[in-house]
Structure formats: C-alpha cells, structure tokens
Design a protein around this ligand. Structure first.
Ligand code: 5AD
Ligand code: SF4
Ligand code: FES
Length: 361
C-alpha cells in the first residue's frame, strides 16, 4: 500500500519517474489508489463531465500497409468505400443536432489531390451549415505540411496522429519498410506548429512490446507536450501479418495496462483531453466507462452510417458494427449517466492544455 502511494506521489509531481511507473505497471494490488488519484485530478482539472466527438469513418481506402490493421492496403477481403459529401454532411448534422460539440473525421491514409480537395470542401461546408459551431478533428494520417495548412485554414482545428509506439525499433517491426517513424514524429511537430490542438497515442500490448516501451511512450507524450491522447489495447485481426505473432499480454492484461496508462497520463499532464477508446469497449462492454473512471474525459460515439461499419474493422470484435448512430448515441448517454458523470452537450470541449501551452510559449 505504501509503495503504491509513494509511486503515485512521485508522478503527481509531474515527473515520469521510471521506477514509479514500472512499479505501477507491475502490480494490481491496491491499484484503485492509482485510479482514484487520477479521478480526483480529472474532477479538479477537467470536471466530472464527458465530451463527445461523433466519429465518422468516412473512407476505408488506405495507401498504407501497417501490419496490425484490418483495413491495410493488401487486405483484399474487405469492400472499399468512400462516403460522398452528402453522406458526410448528414452525419455531421446528426452530431450537431444531438449536441455533440465536435466530430472526428477519420479515414485510411491518402495524399492524392482529390482526397485533400474533397476534404477541404467538406470541412468548409460542415463549418458553414453548423454556424461555425461544430468542432472538427481530423484523423487521416501523415500528410504534407501544405495540406495540413489547407485543412487547418478550412476549419479543422484538431488533429489526431498516433505515434503507435515511441520505440523506433518496434515501430519498424510493425510497419513495412517504406513507413517512416521519423516522418511521423515530424508530422506531430508540424501539426503543433501550425496551430492544431494535437493528439497522439499508442497501442498497448503489441507483439514484441514491453513494459519499458510503455514507460517510453509516457515520456514521449510528456516531452512532446501534447494536448490530447487516444490510446487503446492492441487487438488482433486475423487477416493481418501481425496475427501470427503473440503479444506477451492477454487481452485482459492489455485492458488493465490501458487503464493504468490513462490514469498515469491524467495525473502527469492533468489538463489534457484523454479519450476512452472503442478498443476498450471491444474487450469489455463497460470498457469506456472504466476508462472515464480512470481519468479519461472524451468518448467518441460512432456515427458512421450503418452500411459502412462492417468494412471499417481495424481489429476483430470491433463493437457497434450492427448499431446505427441513434443506438450508439442513446447507449453512450445512458452509460455515462450510469457512472454519475454528465455529458457536456453543445460544447467544443477544447483541451485546456492547448490554451495554457500557447500562453506560456
Ligand atoms: N488493434 C488496436 N488498434 C488498432 N489500430 C489499427 N489497428 C489496430 C489493432 N489491430 C488503431 C491504430 C490507428 C487507429 C486509427 O486504429 O492505432 O492509429
Ligand atoms: Fe492505413 Fe491507418 Fe490502418 Fe495504417 S493504421 S493501414 S495508415 S488505416
Ligand atoms: Fe454503439 Fe453502445 S456505443 S451500441
């Protein structure tokens, strides 16, 4: 008990102390001390409320071939789709009318002109039909600086680009040779520099990944002074090359490690936004609520049209494949109420950290 209290105290000082972190990852005894400390920080710094981002998975076409991902280029078993402009606008209006303050536009990675131009158009229209009120987060991968700038000017103000792992060697093991760790880090810096509220994240429990790697991930988040984190357990997909390698961790362990990562990041960085991700829900139906109780403050209900959902299966057991946007909305609202938190409706929910960071620099 004393050991866990002193480990939590150490990270409360804002220092990602390696021994303290290793200790927290190594034990489950009295681990509620960690979660309640994180929840206290959440209440104090970001409130007892949850921000919603409607997630629109607008295309599963991807030029990349990440070894872990179900929509990688070489998976020919899935039907490829791109939602048209009207469909995307309809989903955005659903989010707006439902009081979700923001949406996330997510897709596979492409950098051709059509893709960027269409996205710019869609962003502008969403802004204009929602009175400039709906926040837009992009999650479309590595792009050129010019294109990041164009998308920012069009009205997207947040960007999520997961580093996936901060260990360059591990990054190389889970990606083909033409994927560049260096470029990914550069992109994250560029996004911050352009003025985006910038988020990153990792997968937890990847084959070859160790607890030391998770400690380095934490250091990476702190050193890059990021505004938002979206991270989740790695979950196998049988039609991917990584499937044949085993993770050192069971699904249950990956789930627990993810909750600990959330709690530790809440205590360390206090006023950032942390998402309780769908992959947690894939392992445990109450996974997202547990993420909130461990310190997360954002949930991303899926509002992709039902007919496309089965083709955006990044990993097995992805939830909400047979539910529609209305189902997911009701489900999320009920589940948040059940844990005694409230939903911050009609609010952008910008990370407080972003404003503090810009004031200080
Ligand atoms: N398990 C968990 N997360 C995954 N992602 C992709 N494939 C998997 C998987 N098998 C995550 C990546 C990516 C995000 C969109 O989905 O972290 O950045
Ligand atoms: Fe494409 Fe992203 Fe999947 Fe990699 S993780 S294959 S970039 S959709
Ligand atoms: Fe989709 Fe619960 S969030 S059904």
């Amino acid at each position: 008990m004393n050991k866990i209290i002193s480990a939590v105290k150490k990270i409360e000082s804002g220092n990602p102390d390696k021994d303290a972190l290793l200790y927290l990852f190594s034990t489950n005894e009295d681990i509620d001390i960690l979660f309640s400390a994180a929840y206290e920080v959440k209440e104090r710094y970001v409130g007892k409320k949850v921000y919603l981002r409607g997630l629109i998975e607008f295309s599963n076409i991807c030029k990349k071939n990440c070894y872990y991902c179900g929509i990688r280029r070489d998976n020919h078993k899935i039907k490829r789709y791109s939602m048209n402009k009207e469909e995307i606008l309809e989903s955005a209006i659903f989010a707006y009318k439902s009081g979700f303050g923001s949406i996330v536009l997510q897709s596979g990675e492409r950098d051709d002109r059509d893709f960027i131009n269409n996205l710019v158009e869609v962003i502008k229209e969403i802004k204009s039909i929602t009175n400039n009120e709906l926040g837009i987060t992009l999650c479309v991968g590595e792009e050129k600086r010019d294109d990041y700038e164009k998308l920012f000017e069009a009205g997207a103000h947040r960007y999520l680009l997961r580093i996936e792992t901060s260990n360059e060697d591990l990054y190389k093991k889970i990606h083909p040779e033409d994927h560049s760790f260096y470029n990914r880090v550069e992109c994250i810096k560029m996004l911050k520099n352009i003025g985006y509220q910038t988020g990153t994240g990792v997968m937890i429990g990847l084959p070859f990944q160790t607890i030391d790697d998770l400690v380095s991930d934490i250091v990476f988040f702190v050193e890059n002074d990021i505004d938002m984190i979206g991270m989740g357990p790695y979950i196998e997909h049988k039609d991917t090359p990584l499937f044949k390698y085993n993770s050192k961790f069971t699904l249950k362990e990956r789930f627990e490690l993810t909750l600990k990562m959330i709690a530790i990041m809440r205590i360390l960085m206090k006023d950032i936004n942390i998402a309780s991700t769908t992959a947690l829900q894939a392992i445990d139906p109450a996974g997202r609520e547990k993420g909130i109780l461990a310190g997360a403050n954002v949930i991303m209900p899926n509002i992709t049209p039902l007919k496309y959902r089965e083709d955006y299966r990044l990993y097995e057991n992805k939830p909400c494949i047979n539910e529609n946007s209305e189902d997911c909305k009701d489900c999320v609202l009920n589940r948040i109420k059940m844990i005694g938190e409230s939903v911050a409706l009609n609010s952008l929910g910008d990370p407080i950290h972003y404003y503090r960071r810009n004031k200080e620099s």
